[in-house]
Design a protein around this ligand. Structure first.
Ligand code: PEP
Ligand code: MN
Length: 337
């Protein structure tokens, strides 16, 4: 439920409304704009009588929210959320470009790639230290050593680090050493993990689950936000369909839908969405024009010998030329990196 207030009320008038609503056993979220103030009501609203609230002066309307997600809902917060990590931004007019290898493999590899993607204009570095692999016999990532190397790459380039957390066991370490914590597609509904990262104040990059509906995805964001962490970035990374030419099917329509439903930034990962380096550029371009707030792209200096996802990784020179196009297309959408 949402209460929209006209401006002009005194603090005392506002406090009276807030107290009245809170007395019904719900939580509230007040968002004051220049012309209107929005009070979001979260919890069981069955005891709340709209007419009673409308009787307060300055209350303009009382709206019922149909969707099950509240804090992530654009009705609760009209302005788009901007995530700012040490000056690198995602959301609003800012395109966030996250680039780097699927997994951290060595000091030389991660620092070399970090330097080149930074030069091309990326503003975040990705690299998996803990890898969610389908086979237990595949490379599982460098784990703690990988985190150390990511930190080194950050020291060298200044790029904030985005890397995946798979287990609550490492949460404290990630909070200390990582700038954006990624929750991978396979863990989108690991509710314990979502609750735990919801207690931190780190930005969380939440990937869409392999077969998740948009509503399920937004409900997972709601889990994180309900814990108190509202710094969530959504990442569309393709969904399972019957198609076999691509690893997944990039759901471009999710971008304008989520942007209408939610104030959270939405980025696109064309690498996992397609599974084919040749599709990374066309899908990146389409995603920017569909209104996304950024991209996450796998870049590898030696994709033929990559320990993970070489077939979908583009080389640094290809990333460089893609970035030129991304900048131009971003301008069409009124966005800059
Ligand atoms: C990744 O980004 O490294 C990854 C494993 O992606 P996803 O969770 O989307 O499969
Ligand atoms: Mn990968």
């Amino acid at each position: 439920m949402i209460v929209v207030m006209n401006s002009g009320y005194t603090k005392q008038e506002m406090d009276e409304i807030v107290e009245h609503i809170k007395s019904k056993g719900v939580k509230i979220d007040v968002c004051e704009g220049s012309a209107k103030c929005v009070i979001g009501i979260i919890g069981d609203t069955t005891n709340i009588d709209s007419d009673e609230i409308l009787s307060f002066r300055y209350v303009d309307k009382v709206l019922k929210v149909q969707e099950p997600f509240k804090k992530a809902n654009r009705l609760f917060k009209a302005e788009s959320t901007v995530i700012d990590v040490e000056g690198s931004k995602i959301g609003g007019n800012a395109l966030g470009i996250i680039a780097g290898p699927c997994s951290v493999e060595s000091e030389e590899q991660i620092i070399g790639i970090a330097r080149s993607v930074k030069k091309s204009g990326a503003n975040f570095l990705r690299g998996g230290a803990f890898k969610p692999r389908t086979s237990p016999y595949s490379f599982q990532g460098m784990e703690m050593e990988g985190l150390k190397l990511l930190k080194l790459a950050k020291q060298e380039t200044g790029l904030p680090i985005v890397t995946e957390l798979m287990s609550t066991d490492y949460i404290d370490k990630f909070v200390d050493e990582v700038d954006v914590i990624q929750i991978g597609a396979r863990n989108m509904q690991n509710f314990d993990l979502l609750k735990q990262v919801g207690k931190t104040d780190k930005p969380i990059l939440l990937k869409r689950g392999l077969s998740a509906t948009i509503e399920e995805w937004l409900m997972s964001a709601e889990y994180i936000m309900a814990g108190g962490n509202e710094n969530v970035i959504l990442c569309e990374r393709g969904i399972r369909t019957f198609e076999t030419y691509t690893r997944n099917t990039l759901d471009l329509s999710a971008i304008p839908i989520v942007k209408r439903l939610s104030h959270l930034p939405v980025i696109v990962d064309p690498s996992h969405a397609s599974g084919d380096w040749r599709l990374v550029e066309p899908m990146s371009k389409a995603a920017i024009l569909a209104g996304c707030d950024g991209l996450m792209i796998e870049v590898h200096n030696n994709p033929q010998n990559a320990l993970c996802d070489g077939q979908q990784s583009i080389k640094p020179n290809k990333f460089d030329s893609l970035m030129e196009k991304v900048k131009i297309l971003g301008e069409i959408e009124g966005k800059t990196i």
